[in-house]
Design a protein around this ligand. Structure first.
Ligand SMILES: *Cc1c(COP(=O)(O)O)cnc(C)c1O
Length: 433
């Protein structure tokens, strides 16, 4: 063993990793070399894509000057939006710190495009929890339903495929917009690849060319070589405290899409007539831009972490979604532990490995809106950031943890090793390869 390996092993030992856990994880890591090489290549392509957009749009130091008040003629904001449009292959983009989170970005996308009497269709089943109130599936103040916008949903078939017949039937004169969630989020269905999203959009547009197709792109950015906007989506939407913020963005959301869609969204975010012309950036532009620059690399680390964990926990006999070999279309990994103690131990490990709040012990708590206690592990530089290594799950059967992120592969790796260490200490796993 060379010197570097001894030093590394000593670090792990000093930081709580026992010999059996270290050996077990090392062997899993060794088996993933080819897989990781493919991920490196995707990241390299995406890095070039981002870099090219920055050069093509003549990003300059002057772009980083803060603006205040109305923020007229903010060249940094305008340049960043052009860069996003190029990266996502769209005519225009809206990238703003005034968009407070992913849900806000999605609500903005829906509410700006739809008018009373229109109908929204989800052809991929139930949307993300927080959108239920936006749409009015659960009654809420100011929902789309309150404005006379109806909603229809076609579930995926048992095997995860699209219900083509059902979708065809659901499209009608009122259908104005289709919402497609790329990531499985906290559902058990598979995440959609960009290719499958493209097939779905083509099918819908062949039958109703004037319908607007929006993709909830959360957790999917830079996982593949292309984005849903490059296979026909009129709008792609996401959060800057997930993938595209690269861990640096302290707030924000983005919408990329056609000129018309972005204009409607900008008129809704600020005001009719003002649109994109206002919105001071308060000095955040350099951070948002640098975050985008780092995003392909950060996503690369998070993906490796997800695959590393899938292979470790699959080897130990737990159900993992996606499994250890499947191709990836987002950065989320689910592991079903079927045992509350093991689930808690997992989260304790992720927390103990965090750079921030490593000394805190996560405990299940009654979170508003959930029917079971929820446990969360997160020790993040940006509050609530889920591109940083984080895990959570409801304390009920099948005791599944969803975890994602990791600003660097090295940290994701240590976090996962620590999760296994804590589980190992419960005596409930046997580490034989
Ligand atoms: C995170 C997420 C959202 C909502 O984003 P918030 O920033 O938590 O409001 C919506 N859809 C999907 C698929 C997500 O992963």
């Amino acid at each position: 063993m060379d010197n570097k390996n001894i030093i590394l092993e000593n670090y792990y030992k000093e930081m709580g990793i026992s010999e059996p856990v270290y050996q077990f994880c090392s062997r899993i890591e060794d088996s993933l070399k080819e897989r990781f090489e493919e991920i490196n290549q995707v990241a390299e392509c995406n890095q070039m894509k981002v870099l090219k957009a920055m050069r093509d749009n003549r990003l300059s130091e002057a772009c980083f000057s803060p603006t205040t008040g109305y923020g007229y003629n903010d060249i940094g904001r305008e340049t960043l939006e052009k860069i996003y449009a190029d990266v996502f292959g769209t005519e225009d983009a809206l990238v703003r710190p005034q968009i407070t989170c992913g849900t806000h970005a999605l609500a903005l996308a829906l509410m700006s495009q739809l008018r009373p009497g229109d109908e929204l269709l989800s052809p991929v089943g139930k949307p993300y929890d927080t959108l239920e109130e936006v749409i009015g599936i659960r009654t809420s103040n100011g929902s789309l339903a309150e404005y006379g916008i109806s909603y229809r949903q076609v579930d995926l078939l048992e095997d995860g495929s699209f219900d083509w017949e059902g979708i065809e039937k659901a499209l009608n004169d009122k259908t104005r917009m289709v919402t497609i969630q790329r990531s499985k989020g906290y559902a058990s269905r598979p995440t959609l690849s960009v290719e499958r999203i493209g097939q779905l959009i083509s099918f819908i547009k062949e039958r109703k060319p004037d319908v607007l197709c929006m993709v909830d792109n959360c957790y999917g950015e830079f996982v593949e070589l292309s984005e849903p906007s490059q296979v026909g989506a009129d709008l792609v939407v996401g959060s800057l405290i997930k993938n595209p913020g690269g861990g640096l963005a302290p707030i924000g959301g983005y919408l990329c899409g056609t000129r018309e869609c972005i204009e409607r969204a900008a008129y809704r975010l600020t005001s009719p007539g003002l649109g994109k012309e206002v919105g001071a950036t308060l000095g955040l532009t350099s951070t948002l831009t640098q975050g985008l620059f780092l995003a392909p690399t950060v996503v690369k680390g998070a993906l490796k972490g997800a695959i590393f964990a899938a292979n470790i926990y699959e080897k130990l006999g737990y159900k993992v979604v996606p499994d250890g070999r499947e191709s990836r279309h987002d950065i989320i990994q689910a592991v079903e532990f079927g045992d509350p103690d093991v689930m808690v131990a997992f989260c304790e490990g992720i927390q103990a490995a965090a750079p921030v709040d490593s000394f805190v012990r996560p405990e299940p708590w009654d979170m508003p809106g959930y029917d079971a206690k929820v446990i969360m592990a997160a020790g993040a530089f940006v509050s609530g950031s889920s591109i940083e290594l984080s895990a959570d799950g409801p304390m009920k059967e099948p005791y599944a943890v969803y975890f994602q992120g990791g600003l660097t592969w090295e940290h994701a790796k240590y976090g996962i090793m620590m999760s296994l260490q804590k589980i190992y200490e419960t005596g409930k796993v046997n580490l034989v390869l």
